[in-house]
Write a protein that binds this ligand. Sequence first.
Ligand SMILES: NC(=O)c1ccc[n+]([C@@H]2O[C@H](COP(=O)([O-])OP(=O)(O)OC[C@H]3O[C@@H](n4cnc5c(N)ncnc54)[C@H](OP(=O)(O)O)[C@@H]3O)[C@@H](O)[C@H]2O)c1
Length: 338
Amino acid sequence: MDTTRAAGLENKRVVLASRPAGWVAEANFRIESVPVPKPKDGEVLVKNLWLSLDPYMRGRMNDVKSYAAKQELDQVMVGQTVGEIVESRNDRFRKGDHVLSPLGWQLYGVSDGKGLTKVDASRVPMQAYLGVLGMPGVTAWVGLLDICQPKEGETVVVSAASGAVGSVVGQIAKIKGCRAVGIAGGKAKCDYVTKELGFDACVDYKAGRLNDDLKAAAPKGVDCYFENVGGEILDAVLRRMNAFSRIAVCGLISQYNATDPYGVKAIQSILVNRIKMQGFIVSDRTELWPKALADLAGWVASGKIKYRESVTEGLENAPRAFIGLLKGENFGKQLIKL
Ligand SMILES: NC(=O)c1ccc[n+]([C@@H]2O[C@H](COP(=O)([O-])OP(=O)(O)OC[C@H]3O[C@@H](n4cnc5c(N)ncnc54)[C@H](OP(=O)(O)O)[C@@H]3O)[C@@H](O)[C@H]2O)c1
C-alpha cells in the first residue's frame, strides 16, 4: 500500500507549461491530476476552497530578475488560497480550521504550517481574506496612507478603480476626507465606483476623452495618484499633478503583456511639480500589515468599505479567468471557487 497518498483522493492542479511571449494563452498552462499526498508528522492536508487570481502572477511567469522568484515550469502556479484543514498532524492546527495559505492553483496541498494563517470565517465570508481583508486591501492601505499620505481636502486619483486594490484606495480616500476620483474601463464600472462606492467622480478611459474628462473630474488638479495601470493613463494623470504631489506606483497592468512597452512622455511634470514618485511592494512592508488589517476590518464591519467579487467556478477555468483579469473582464476581486 502507498502510505504517501491520502486514501482515494485525487488532486487537480494547474502548472506552468510554457512561458508566454507577450499575451498569456491558455496553452501556457497544463491541468494535471495527481494523487493527494498524505501529511507526515508535523504536516497538515488542506482542501483549498477559494483561489485568488492576481495580476502579479503574470510577472512571475517571465524568466527575468524581479522582486520575487520566478514561477518554475511544470510546477503548481503560485497563488494564495483559503481552505479547510482536512487532516492535521501539526499541533497548531485542527481538522476543520480555515486557513489562508500559499498553496497555489490546486485543490489540495500539504503544508508544514509555515505560511499558513488561521482565519475566522464566522464574521466575514472566508474569501474576503484574499481581497479586502488580505493582500489587495493592505496594498491599498500602504500605498495610499504610507506613501501618498493624502491630507483632508486633497484630490486622490486611482486607476483600475473598480478592482480589488483600486476600490479600497478610493474608499479610504473618502474616509480621510479627500476628493476621490477613479479611472476605470466602461460605464458600468464607473457607475459602480461613484454610485455604490461613493467616489466623487470616475473617468471612463475607454470613452476616448481621457484628458478632458480627467480635467473635469479633478478641477483642482491631482495631489495623490495611486498608479495601477501605467501607459497612456499615467501620462494623462502626470499632466494634471499639482506642485508637491505624490504618486504611489503600485502596478502597471497595461504593460504586463506588452512586447513594446509604452514610453511615458510627461516626465517633465515630475520635475516642474516636484512630484514624489515611489514604487512599492506590499510584502516588503510587513510591519504595517497589522495596523492596515485592523483598520480594514473596522471599515468593512461598519460598512465604510464595500467590495465586490468576480467569481469563476472550477479550477479548470482558472487560466481563462486569469487571462480575463489581465484584459479587464473581472469586475472586483477575481476569485476561483474550487
Ligand atoms: N505593489 C504591490 O505590492 C501590489 C499588490 C497587489 C496588486 N498590485 C497591482 O495593483 C494593480 C491592481 O491589482 P488588482 O488585484 O486590484 O486587480 P484588479 O484591479 O481587480 O484587476 C485588474 C484591472 O486592471 C485593469 N486593466 C487591465 N488592463 C488595463 C489596461 N490596459 N489599461 C487600464 N486598465 C487595465 C482592468 O480594469 P478596467 O476594466 O477598469 O480597465 C482590470 O479589471 C495591478 O497593477 C497589480 O499588479 C500591486
